[in-house]
Design a protein around this ligand. Structure first.
Ligand code: 5GP
Length: 114
């Protein structure tokens, strides 16, 4: 199994993940190695490899991912205290899986990156 296919297999429920939300456009599930008390990944169902691959045709998917991330933050009751939404891109950004994903992180005071 290559790294490329892990998230696609989660979408298709071919490998186990704690899926919190799924619709025709996005899937959200718990990160397997959480870096915060709440660490959820929001991904597009149709693969967009990296942020560099956002284009005029698919850009509305990103708005939907962001919207769902905020809805989940509210459901998890972390929205008042706050959270981070992070998208890593390529090698310097620390992206390890070639399927665009938003990290929703919260539930504790998180370190600033800068
Ligand atoms: P990246 O470093 O590419 O921005 O983030 C990839 C994330 O995917 C990491 O936080 C990692 O813990 C998570 N991850 C990797 N493999 C799996 C998996 O098989 N299942 C789940 N739920 N998360 C995974």
């Amino acid at each position: 199994m290559n790294k490329h296919s892990i998230f696609q297999k989660i979408i298709k429920k071919e490998i186990q993940a704690n899926i919190l939300y799924q619709d025709k456009i996005v899937t959200a599930f718990d990160d397997i190695y959480p870096k915060a008390p709440v660490h959820i990944l929001i991904i597009p169902n149709n693969i967009i490899k990296t942020a560099n691959d956002i284009n005029i045709k698919n850009k509305s998917i990103i708005a939907h991912m962001f919207f769902i991330a905020v809805q989940i933050a509210k459901e998890k009751k972390i929205s008042q205290d706050g959270y981070k939404i992070i998208v890593n891109c390529n090698k310097h950004g620390g992206q390890k899986i070639d399927h665009l994903h938003m990290h929703l992180l919260g539930g504790a005071k998180l370190k600033a990156l800068y």
